[in-house]
Ligand binder design. Structure first.
Ligand code: ATP
Ligand code: MG
Length: 282
């Protein structure tokens, strides 16, 4: 299975676990908020308005007994409503880092504070809860489910958080309208162009109203005109006050962001404002 498809299944599977657990908790009448276990380990003042705080994040994979160190001590602060492009050569660890940022994977070491909560060692089902609330993820290969229509694909995250069907469809259509695809809601993914497919994937990432949007090469497979359309959508999402982080190999796409973080061999090689970022008030 494609790693990104596995991620998608994990994304929704995790949410499903959370739902079952909630039922159990309800049955047992346990009057306890699981979030109590995850008190922020710092006062918010310390990190200022950082929505993402990474402290020496490591990630290793094991092939047999051999350790492959992919991320080697990434420390990074991303403020609320920043627009960051993540760049770097193939294999430098961008997707690995994005998966950790999106709570799809846990680091092997280091600390990840997301919106004031230490998520570095959170169990999978609690991570799913955080993910569902905070994060919209646009995958490299759209990952739309082929048997579902565009609207059903967009509505998928709402199935897992228990939104009633009528409301799900209303919200999905509203999102498709936002990305300019209201007239394609009944199309299946193979009846859409590449750019339209990507817009459906963006609508799906936005349907839960997340405040952080993570996109792994969202324009990787698109022509330049369609890429501009997609980047305009991200621009709007950012203008609405959300935090946007996207991976790209293209400098002109990175220049839509305000800050570029470059990875090389699992470390941050540079972290600089783009020309657009340099114009921002401090
Ligand atoms: N599940 C895994 N098991 C073992 N090694 C992995 C796994 N996932 C990624 N890697 C390795 O980790 C390194 C970083 O991979 P990653 O996908 O993060 O790179 P990337 O910067 O996103 O590259 P690209 O630009 O090609 O998408 C690569 O050398 C890759 O082979
Ligand atoms: Mg990648």
């Amino acid at each position: 299975m494609e790693p990104s498809t596995k991620n998608l299944l994990f994304y929704y599977w995790g949410n499903n676990i959370k739902k079952s657990r909630e039922k159990i908790i309800f049955r047992l009448k346990i009057d306890k908020n699981i979030k109590d276990n995850y008190e922020p380990s710092f006062s918010l003042g310390e990190q200022g308005a950082s929505i993402i705080h990474l402290d020496k994040i490591n990630k290793s994979y094991y092939l047999g007994k051999q350790e492959l160190q992919v991320l080697k001590g990434i420390s990074l602060d991303i403020l609320k409503n920043e627009y960051v492009a993540l760049m770097g050569p193939s294999g430098s660890g961008k997707s690995t880092l994005m998966n950790i940022l999106g709570c799809l994977d846990s680091p092997s070491g280091g600390k990840y504070i997301l919106n004031g909560k230490d998520v570095s060692k959170m169990p999978d089902n609690d991570l799913a809860e955080v993910r569902n609330k905070e994060i919209g993820f646009v995958f490299q290969q759209f990952n739309l489910l082929s048997r579902l229509t565009a609207a059903e694909n967009v509505a998928l995250p709402l199935v897992y958080n228990g939104t009633p069907k009528k409301q799900r469809m209303e919200q999905a259509l509203e999102m498709l309208n936002r990305v300019g695809l209201a007239d394609r809601s009944h199309h299946k993914p193979n009846e859409l162009s590449g750019g339209q497919g990507q817009r459906v994937a963006i609508a799906r990432a936005l349907v839960n109203n997340p405040s952080i949007i993570l996109a792994d090469e969202p324009t990787g497979n698109l022509d330049s005109k369609t890429s501009v359309e997609i980047m305009e959508i991200f621009g709007k999402i950012h203008d609405e006050g959300n935090t946007v982080i996207l991976v790209t190999h293209e400098e002109d796409i990175a220049n839509y962001a305000h800050r570029v973080v470059r990875l090389r061999d699992g470390i941050v090689e540079s972290d600089t404002p783009t020309p657009k970022g340099a114009l921002q008030p401090a």
